[in-house]
Design a protein around this ligand. Sequence first.
Ligand SMILES: C[S@@+](CC[C@H](N)C(=O)[O-])C[C@H]1O[C@@H](n2cnc3c(N)ncnc32)[C@H](O)[C@@H]1O
Length: 267
Amino acid sequence: MKYTENIDLASVREAYSGAEGRLWELIMGEQIHIGGFVSSMELAGKAGIGKGMEGVDFCSCNGAGMRFLVRYCGVESMTGVDATNVVINQCRERCSEEGLADKISCVKADVCDSRLPSDSKDFVWGEDAWCYVKDKVRLISEATRIVRQGGVIAFTDWIEGANGLTDAEAERFMQFMKFPNIQDMEGYKELLSAGGCVVKCAEDTGRFGPYVDLYLESVSKQKTYDVLKILGYNRELMAAVAEEMKFMQELAHAGKIAQGLFVAEKL
Ligand SMILES: C[S@@+](CC[C@H](N)C(=O)[O-])C[C@H]1O[C@@H](n2cnc3c(N)ncnc32)[C@H](O)[C@@H]1O
């Protein structure tokens, strides 16, 4: 795992309370993760998530992942845990607007200390967000604590790819993304095993490179004005953000970063 300094939960909250969060939603859609609906379907399928189950979404943001699970997988109820007020309010508003407030609730907490009851849920879910969490050991142990025996931890996340990052590449990438560290495939497998789980699935989805291509194309060809609006109509700032996105694109195509998909069962 690679680390950087000076990124903490306050930095992440600030990002998701303002322009940065809005920018990611504009680029990726309401589901702020690589692959959107397709990725969620794949993860739910591999994790065996289905009718009548009760789950928790760690880093639930505006709640799109939970609405997806209720609508398309027959999940009975979801509890979202997120540390940012702005997105929790969005989640509650959108769930009410869509008539899903009776099935979906949100709590404001650090996912490392959710205060949800132990052994209470069928699954813990996460999509491209655990990269923001500093203490990965506590994160995984909190997820395994909440899940009942035989329950599942299912998540995708931005990880270091098989070809590895240099220290300088990791530093630039993590500072841009506001990640305090970046885990790798083996690191997550070890944490899940140490937390009392059997790892059923740990793989690179192969989506990162082509999806960054898609985001950059859409920003340069169609959404330029909308991005400028979010960035205060500042073209220099937009050029600087585009530079970092292109750097990320190179890392992804070089296999140095990846979207990892993990499914583990609690023994
Ligand atoms: C990329 S968004 C999540 C996207 C969402 N999973 C989806 O697929 O639409 C990242 C979210 O993680 C939340 N977050 C980051 N660190 C957190 C922590 N330690 N505890 C709780 N929430 C956290 C942020 O507030 C933000 O809403």
